[in-house]
Write a protein that binds this ligand. Structure first.
Ligand code: SF4
Length: 667
């Protein structure tokens, strides 16, 4: 077997799991008013069919104070019939299912609970909501704990195989555990022993409600990553006490929502927080799950083989590719579409109060609505352009039985998304290009590289349908001096075609401009390998190491006309890029326009007057325009002609892939 550790069954207090892959809970926004919908059922049924061992759904809101109305409801018996349908669908497709018991405490917005004040251990303002909760009176505590137990009993009644108590990420149980948010002076505050009491009593009550032979999972932060908060040491002590109280499985994740240590963004290395699970595993006897940024079966297998954890979780990885477990088991790992931690389709959509989808998987959240069905009549389809839009269209069209050819004028597939591969922390974007390329080859598409599709070529191909996916080209702003030799396009810098001098001004503070600045500012800093070597050899002082890590060889300034740089970057990711730019000493000037370029630098205009920025090189990141000159000439050369992706209008990869998919199922 390809992955002997990953596909070894495990028993969790009577719950037989066929493998070690757990789809952990994620908020999807498919349950308006908390009621289970067909959309939610179809979503999870497909993941169950894909081979995952256990699906944990949630957060499931256990009371009227704990969370948003669009989360799955578990606070009342009226939720049970819907939940039963969900349970039946998942079990019927071969997976086990658990419900996550969610109480967010001070992470609840008052607007989401009818304007009432959320509660917590103490009245400590939440940076996440910007609000200050009220402290629970000691007499109220048993009632709050009882809601966990009642919800657990309800979940069992609805047919769930297990429950997960949510005690991580800064939610209510962690608010009691942490001295940052627990300032109480009664038996629930003060020393660790007292701060653990709330969570332990919750588990004891849940155990009493569900009986001895029913699995209880506990999700814990392996380290809060909050100044003055709990580390892996306190988490280990808490886990040990919880084990005694009745926990059967520990799901170990990273820090709180308020932490400034990135948890789920692309710059978090794959498997970065496995060490936290390993720390807990050393303290408890019950099995431990490792979480966060595990998106590949090879990595999952390695974690298990090394004994760092007993099981692994994948949530976004299965949003992206529901068939990941099945592909791994059938020896088709090369066809897996990986989650790239972009958050564009999932978390950013949720933050904007829209249902989750996925950049890589346009079917996510529309499982029953869009189907890849065999074409009525196979056609000869010509796709022009091998970026992500063209590749997606070609894959889907071929899957439907069409005879597809793809012509790409360069020597490689991927297009603009490959520009990220040199940018520190953004390299994962290029993974999607590789995944699409391997699926393209597998689907039998004729791939023609270094093939410029001119009219003669198109006539010779004589297609029934042409899909124009020729992408975009960078724009050249009308600034006097823009034609000078020391002015380069950001795309050429990111593609490794052009180098730059020591002092650099980037014109344009959009995503491309900031990513280019990140790449340039990182040049000359320590690589991970050299950092490891210097530290393990004790070669330099920590002061020198920090200096070498945070300062590169270039001085980079970004100028942006509007008042906010990186406006086109999603909420979940923008702060991490801005923090990295700050760390590397990049100067960002907003409300600033380049008015002329000279041999010595850039003349600028700001609200408070004019200025001059000396520079050896000027990098242009002024947006892009569609590359679709061929389109007019194609008229009449095929009965069906489609234009997709940036060739239609320059946008993000999520739109390009979605359009490729839509054309693929339409053609
Ligand atoms: Fe992963 Fe991005 Fe898809 Fe979210 S949108 S599941 S982060 S690939």
């Amino acid at each position: 077997m390809a992955y002997p550790y990953l596909f070894t069954p495990i028993d969790i207090n009577g719950m037989e799991l066929k493998n070690r892959i757990v789809m952990t809970a994620m908020h999807l926004g498919y349950t308006p008013e908390g009621t289970v919908t067909d959309r939610l059922i179809d979503f999870y049924a497909l993941r169950a069919r894909g081979g995952v061992g256990l699906i944990i759904v949630g957060g499931c809101v256990i009371d009227e104070y704990g969370g948003m109305s669009s989360m799955i409801g578990l606070s009342d018996d009226r939720h049970v019939p819907g939940l039963r349908k969900l349970v039946d669908a998942v079990k019927g497709n071969g997976a086990k299912i658990a419900a996550q018991l969610y109480q967010a405490g001070r992470y609840t917005h008052s607007a989401m609970i009818g304007g009432r004040k959320p509660f917590s251990a103490s009245a400590v303002r939440s940076k996440f909501t910007g609000e200050t909760p009220r402290a629970l009176d000691i007499e109220e505590i048993p009632g709050v704990q009882d809601r966990f137990a009642e919800a657990a009993e309800r979940a069992k009644r609805a047919g769930f195989d297990a429950v997960e108590v949510l005690g991580s990420a800064g939610y209510l149980i962690s608010q009691f555990l942490s001295p940052v948010t627990n300032r109480r002076e009664d038996r629930y505050g003060g020393p660790l022993e007292n701060r653990m009491r709330f969570g332990i009593e919750v588990v004891e009550k849940v155990r009493k409600a569900v009986g001895p032979d029913y699995p209880i999972i506990m999700r814990l932060a392996g380290n809060d990553f909050m100044e003055g908060g709990c580390t892996n040491v306190e988490a280990g002590i808490f886990a040990k006490a919880l084990e005694k109280a009745g926990v059967d499985l520990f799901n170990i994740t990273g820090g709180w929502h308020e932490t400034r240590v990135p948890q789920l963004t692309m710059n978090v290395p794959r498997g970065a927080y496995v060490y936290l699970a390993q720390g807990i595993k050393a303290k408890v006897k019950k099995p431990v799950l490792a979480s966060n940024r595990i998106n590949d079966p090879d990595m999952a297998e390695e974690i298990l083989r090394n004994g760092e954890a007993d099981m692994i979780t994948m949530a976004r990885a299965l949003l992206t590719d529901p068939d990941l477990p099945r592909k791994a088991q059938e020896g088709k790992s090369h066809l897996i579409y990986h989650c790239i931690a972009c958050n564009q389709g999932c978390f950013d959509e949720i933050f904007n109060l829209r249902p989750a989808t996925c950049l890589v998987n346009p079917m996510a959240g529309r499982e029953a609505e869009v189907l890849i069905e065999p074409a009525e009549k196979p056609k000869k389809v010509l796709v022009i352009g091998g970026g992500v839009a063209g590749m997606k269209a070609a894959c889907v069209a071929a899957e439907r039985g069409h005879n597809v050819s793809l012509a790409e004028q360069t020597s490689r597939l991927g297009g603009q998304i490959l520009l990220n591969r040199l940018v520190p922390g953004r390299e994962e974007m290029a993974t999607t290009a590789g995944d699409l390329a391997r699926n393209l080859e597998n689907s039998g598409v004729e791939i023609m590289l270094n093939k410029r599709a001119d009219i003669a070529f198109v006539k010779k191909m004589n297609p029934d349908a042409i899909i124009v996916a020729t992408g975009a080209r960078p724009m050249r702003p009308q600034i006097p001096g823009v034609e000078k030799d020391h002015v380069v396009q950001a795309w050429d810098v990111l593609d490794g075609k052009r180098g730059v001098g020591q002092k650099v001004v980037v014109v344009g503070g959009n995503a491309v401009g900031l990513e280019t600045a990140l790449y340039l500012a990182g040049i000359g800093t320590l690589s991970p390998e050299i950092l490891h070597f210097l530290m393990t050899s004790n070669a330099e002082s920590m002061e020198t190491i920090f200096e070498l890590l945070n300062r590169g060889s270039k001085e980079v300034t970004v100028i942006e006309m509007i008042r906010k740089a990186g406006k086109d970057i999603g909420l979940s990711t923008r702060w991490t890029i801005m923090a990295e730019l700050r760390r590397l000493g990049v100067t960002i000037m907003t409300g600033t326009t380049a008015v002329a370029i000279t041999e010595e630098g850039v003349e600028i205009e700001k609200e408070d007057g004019k200025g001059f920025l000396p520079a050896d090189s000027i990098v242009l990141a002024a947006g892009s325009s569609s590359e679709n000159g061929l389109l007019n000439e194609l008229e009449g050369l095929a009965p069906e002609i489609y234009t997709i992706g940036d060739a239609k209008a320059p946008r993000k990869a999520i739109e390009a892939i979605r359009e490729g998919f839509e054309v693929g199922i339409t053609v």
